[in-house]
Design a protein around this ligand. Sequence first.
Ligand SMILES: [Zn+2]
Length: 173
Amino acid sequence: MPLVKAQCTNCGGTLEVDNTKDAAICPYCNTPYIVDQAINKFNVSNANINIQGANINVSGHLDADTMFENWLVTKDERLKNDFLYYYATDPRKEYFTIWTDNGFLNPNIDPDKAEEIINRCLIGPRYASYRDEMLAKISKMRKTKKQDRIILAVIIAVLVALSIAALLGYQIL
Ligand SMILES: [Zn+2]
């Protein structure tokens, strides 16, 4: 159970949350919050620490690693656009394809493909914590998709059974 820092979306209290959960209740104000939103809120409030410690290269913009990491922390669309503009040939740009523009994991992405992109784009110790966090999210997504497929298969089986029963009922009458 990986605990990460988050901030209550209601009272602003600092929290440590299990990032594999979807929602939790704030111990300070007893208000339920969405885990992803609370992590995002914490990261955005603390993003300037990251940016202050960043390297600025000669042409006056952040180096690719820092810009990429700052985007990982903030999911700020402007940073993504800057990265794509200044580092158009950087292979990590593919990582953005598993996210929506407003900073959420694309729910329609194929988990195998996402896992492959994560392992290719988040290389090395600098990105290890993001990689672990993302791989945990993807494995959760895979489980949910599997459950959805099972539920769908059960619904179809029941419908088929009902159709056969109705058909047989007609023949008997
Ligand atoms: Zn709270």
